[in-house]
Design a protein. Structure first.
Length: 95
């Protein structure tokens, strides 16, 4: 389990992007998500921007509010992370 001092990774950024997409699609406020996860508003925003790692327990609490399966969600975030790495390598090699 990650603690609040763990440096976020690319996968954390991908998870934050996915959560933001689900939240805005469902028209749910960041405050509602923060409350569901037991986080402050500011900490939640840092998580959504990929600036803070989140633990699995907090993600599991959010799954009911946003109607997703946390395990499938993590697999999807891994795929996004893989695609972002491929794009990054392509841009780096092209320059």
């Amino acid at each position: 389990m990650m603690d609040a001092k763990t440096t976020p990774t690319d996968i954390d950024s991908a998870i934050g992007l996915l959560v933001r997409h689900l939240r805005t699609t469902a028209k749910i406020s960041p405050t509602q998500c923060a409350d569901a996860m037991g986080l402050s508003y500011q900490t939640y925003l840092r998580f959504e921007r990929g600036e803070r790692a989140v633990n699995l327990g907090s993600l599991m609490a959010l799954q009911n509010l946003l109607n997703f399966n946390a395990i499938e969600f993590i697999d999807g975030a891994r795929e996004i992370d893989h695609v972002l790495h491929r794009i990054s390598r392509h841009w780096h090699n092209a320059s």
